[in-house]
Structures are given as structure tokens and as C-alpha cells.
Design a protein around this ligand. Sequence first.
Ligand code: SF4
Length: 456
Amino acid sequence: MGLMRKRRGEWSWSERGRITAASSMAIHPFSFSSVPSTSISSPPLTTHSLFPHSFSNARSLSISAAATLQSSLSPTPAEGQENSGIPMKGSKVLLKGMRYHELEKWVQSHGYRPAQALMLWKRLYGNNIWAHYNEEMEGLNKDFKGMLAEHAEFKALHFKDMLTASDGTKKILFTLDDGLVIETVIIPCRRGRTTVCVSSQVGCAMNCQFCYTGRMGLKRNLSAAEIVEQAVFARRLLSREVGTITNVVFMGMGEPLHNIENVIKAADILVDEHGLHFSPRKVTISTSGLVPQIRRFLKESNCALAVSLNATTDEVRNWVMPINRKYNLRLLLDMLREELCLKHNYKVLFEYVMLAGVNDSIEDAKRLIELVQGIPCKINLISFNPHSGSQFKPTSEEKMIQFRNILAEAGCVIFLRLSRGDDQMAACGQLGKPGEIQAPVLKVPAKFQTAVEASA
Ligand code: SF4
């Protein structure tokens, strides 16, 4: 790939790594390279959005982090979506925003049989059709197709562009009806597993200090249809090229559990056995640690859960993940200990992005072992994706291995993952495009000043 860094924060792409909306379905210009990883065991997932970026003017913002977080905990609903009931796009219903039983009810309300709802569902999500247009509804009765043309909308997203990193990771940009842009990442892995990383919000309110998406602040929630369509699009586009997409991770833009209603609905649609039929264990919702929403999620969904931990003390976590000021480590971990007792054969995945001099000491490793005691879990150590404007530096590979070994010796199930797709800003936490007004950079605790200065 001909990616060139021009100057701070700017990139140019070679033509080979770029396709246009018009040609996307016809071109197969990319090949997968092997995974640049030192995993001791294959990591099942990517991580929650993770990586920082340019912070120009951010320090001069007067709003406090806590105020930002607090005010943004009431997200704007998705454009054109009813808060309950049938999702609409203009005067038409958005088909991909309905669970099967809702679609069936809607089809019946127009005088058609449930069997036709099932045929429609299978054309939307199954039988290798993944229909985007009414014209692709082969085999449906003519009247029924006419009704769909009049009352239903198939598409929730508009393809804008696709970029491919040298390791084969692809970043797809979609434009929404209101002109906002979201990003979806497709990560080809080994052993026939390909993962699609979907966004759940435009931007994010959580302001994790290592995350580029967090710089944007929250623009709005995505509707269930906008979430589901990212996975459908990935299957439609890439199944012919690289085989089936096997895993979905909610680790793109946004804090999924801050948009819990639409995320749970989208997850239900993704795992429906007559449709996309992803295994619930292969659909992972990742969170920064919203305690009440995690409780609800664990009760209502069987999909997998990942929690971004990223620190072993409240002091560090309050800084790098301000949500910790509301739900601290103890609250978060006690709740998981309690809730996971009630789940059968279920493990949470803790994600831990390693930041040099901040959370990667031997003491951190020992504290981490203590913190996760009694919680059925796996731990994913993730290499931080450094880039211009970041105030953090990645931990060296040698130190990551040492950290991993301490945890492994204590009996933890642990994976090590290096970055994917970072040359196309497709790595987790590199998604999005902060505008002029950015979420504030928080005060660095005195004892980490040196580590941060060393990264500058
Ligand atoms: S919760 Fe938001 S700010 Fe934090 S890592 Fe995820 S996307 Fe970034």
C-alpha cells in the first residue's frame, strides 16, 4: 500500500488502496497478508475503540471532563428513528431496524402472510443474498414486492469509501442520511476467521484519553438498522472475496452500552438463526464500564462482553478513562463478580491497552491478577497504536511479554495482540474525525508527567 504521511495528522492513500462507491462491488484489489502478531494464542477479538490523536486546541477548552461526560450521557436519538416501535426513514419503514417478530407483524399489517415475512427476512440476511434493493427480492410475489417498494426502505447507509491497510485490514466509510460519517473495520484473521468491527455511535462521549474517537465527542446514536447494515454490507462485499465474516465486535466508534437499546436490538438481529445467524459468542459488545448498562446487557443478551480495563488503580483509570469517576474499579469488578455467577459458562474479556510508563509495570501486572480474582475472564493485552498528537507511547514488545508471563504464571487466560490496520487509521480507537471542538485533554497526574513527556 502506498500510504504516505504528509505532515502531522495527514495521510494520503495510493489509488490501489482505494475504491469508489460505484466500483466497490466489482473490484477485488486487495490481498491479505499474514497477521503481524506475537500472540501466544490467537486473540478472538480486536479491542474496544482505542487510540488517540491530534489534540490541537484541546487544552484551551474550558469545559470540564466531568461536565462533558455528564451532559453527554443523554445521547441524541438516531435521525429518523422513533424511540420505540417501528423505525422509519421518511414515510417508509427501515427493514433492517426490525427484529423478526416485528417484521412479521408489519408484513401482516399490510395483509400478507407470515411466510412472506420469512422469505423477506431470508433475502435480507440469509441465503447469500443480503439484499440492498427491491430488485434483488427474487422469488417474492409481485404484489408483495410492490408493497415493499411503496412502504419499505432497504438501505440505512450510503457507501462512501474503502481503505485497505498493508496487513489487509479494511476501513469502510459510510455516510448517514444526515451527512455524518461512520467507519466500519474488517479484520481478516487467521484460520478462516474474519471479524467486522462495527460502530454504534457517531463519535463518543466517554473521552478516553488514548482514543481518537473520544476526541470527537458524541454526535448521535446509530439506529439498529445503521448498526446491522454495517455487518450485512461487510458480508455482502467480502464473502465472495475472502469467505464468510464470522465475528462481529462492537468496538468501532462509540460506547455501545451508551446506546444500549439499539445495540441489543442489533445484536438480536445479528444472531437470528434464520438470518445472519452469527453465534452469540462471536458477537462481542465492548464497553468502557457502564455498570447499570452492563447488568442489563448480561440479563437481556447472550452475546459476549468485553470490558476495557486499561488501568489497575482508580488514580490512573480516572485519568485515562473518565467514566471511572462515575463507576470506579471496585464497583465495576464487584458487579461483574456478582452477575457472572448467574451466567452459565460465560467469561468476560478484559481489554488492557498497554501505555508505556502508565499502566505496564510489574506492580500493575500483580494488581491486575488481584483485581480479576473470582471473575470468569480472559485478558487481552493490546499494543497501543501510537500516532501524531498522542500523549502516550506503546509499551515495548519485550515488556508486554514480561507482563503477559506474570499473568500467565498466575493462571490467567491471557492473549497478546499487536495492532491491526494502523497505517490506515483503521485500528481500534483511530476511527472518526474530530472537528474543531474537541473533548478536553485531562490533567496528567504528576507522577505520570515524565512518561507523557517522553512520548511527546
Ligand atoms: S468508550 Fe469511546 S472514547 Fe473510550 S475507547 Fe471506546 S470509543 Fe474511545
